[in-house]
Design a protein around this ligand. Structure first.
Ligand code: FES
Ligand SMILES: [Fe+2]
Length: 380
């Protein structure tokens, strides 16, 4: 019975082979049905490289960060040999979280429940009051590893073997675009979380509409961008949107915070964005909390994060936050409409919405693979 729902939602109501001129958005069930949300957790979010933190949080041996991906607790730690390793943050004894803080530094990883202790390589080294237990192999009870990679000063994790390989993740085409910007010269300043009453894909769609909504929703931002020259370029699993900045005639507060020649907006499938204006950068991590609830984590970076630059940096964040509030309102309006019996799918602008088209096709591939896997598991 469940398969009928997926067949309808994925195969009958969405055609991944349509070119942009013929394409429509996915059906509204992708945005409103908990079965799609659950399938996304198993596929889209378990099979992609997900941001968990920054390299500067885990430079020294023993430094760790913990995070949750698709509902799974993970911990990343710089081991004594200098290698960055990742594990499920789940004790092999009775499943308690071994690390309980978001970040920190430790000599080894000690579970707070009964004191089982793992070294920085994930090996189980101490099991208090466990003498006499038969057929127990301590060496087979280390923390379960996950794949980890550092890229441009960020740390990413992939939970499963499916999805893009490390080589595909380190996409040469994307690196060629990012490297000249030298994002690692910018310093992390502050993290802020925003919660939206909408599906996570509504936020991503809004981000990827190629500046379509900017003149209508964002008066301040629109006044400093030359939207007629807005460019949309897509790669295998990313999209770069860019626009010349024309700050002279712009609204004063926005113009002061958005300098440089060009705004660049990178999106990496499925849920990570990098927004760059010269010496100002923010990243967005879009986290589905339920089918209609989304957390977006903004990390703000600036060239200068010394005390004397604080007021200027906060003024820049205030501009970004205003844009974010405008986006929250429209995303929540869209989610309400997606629940209406009056709507199922809509068409895409050829001029503007190539990024969304790519996003929807990649989603379709991941979701379809997940359904196929489930079907094949059910075969006797
Ligand atoms: S659950 Fe970790 S030591 Fe018991
Ligand atoms: Fe926006």
């Amino acid at each position: 019975m469940a398969i009928d729902f997926f067949t309808k939602s994925l195969d009958e109501k969405y055609n991944p082979d349509s070119h942009l001129i013929d394409a429509s958005t996915p059906p509204s069930t992708w945005y409103t049905d908990p079965r799609i949300f659950e399938l996304e957790q198993r596929t889209v979010f378990s099979c992609s490289w997900q941001l968990v933190g920054r390299t500067d949080q885990v430079r020294e041996s023993g430094q760790y960060i913990s995070f949750e991906i698709a509902g799974e607790p993970v911990v990343i730690v710089r081991s004594s040999d200098g290698v960055l390793r990742g594990f499920f943050n789940v004790c092999r004894h009775h499943a308690a979280a071994v690390v309980t803080k978001c970040e920190g530094k430790a000599e080894n990883l000690r579970c707070p429940y009964h004191g089982w202790t793992y070294d920085l390589e994930g090996k189980l080294i101490l099991t208090p009051e466990f003498a006499g237990v038969a057929n127990f192999d301590r060496s087979a009870n280390g923390l379960i590893p996950v794949q980890v990679v550092e890229w441009q000063g960020w740390v990413f994790v992939k939970l499963e073997g499916c999805g893009p390989t490390l080589e595909e993740f380190l996409d040469a085409d994307l690196i060629e675009r990012i490297e000249p910007i030298n994002v690692e010269r910018l310093n992390w300043f502050e993290r802020r979380s925003y919660f939206l009453n909408c599906n996570w894909k509504v936020f991503v769609d809004n981000y990827l509409d190629g500046g379509y909504h900017v003149p209508h929703i964002h008066g301040g931002l629109s006044s400093v961008l030359d939207n007629s020259k807005y460019k949309i370029e897509t790669g295998a699993r990313y999209c770069l949107q860019s626009s010349p900045i024309a700050a002279e005639k712009g609204e004063a507060q926005t113009a002061a915070a958005r300098k440089g020649d060009q705004a660049k907006y990178f999106w990496r499938y499925p849920n990570f964005m990098i927004n760059i204006y010269d010496e100002v950068m923010d990243t967005n991590l879009v986290i589905p909390r339920s089918v209609d609830r989304t957390e977006v984590i903004f990390d703000y970076y600036f060239a200068d994060v010394a005390d004397f630059a604080k007021a200027k940096n906060l003024a820049s964040i205030a501009v970004s936050e205003q844009i974010q509030f405008e986006d929250v309102a429209i995303c929540e309006s869209v989610q309400h409409g997606l629940n209406s019996r009056a709507y199922d799918t809509g068409r895409l602008s050829v001029r503007r919405e190539a990024g969304e088209h790519l996003f929807h096709r990649l989603l379709h591939a991941d979701l379809s693979n997940g359904v196929t896997d489930r079907q094949s598991q059910k075969q006797p």
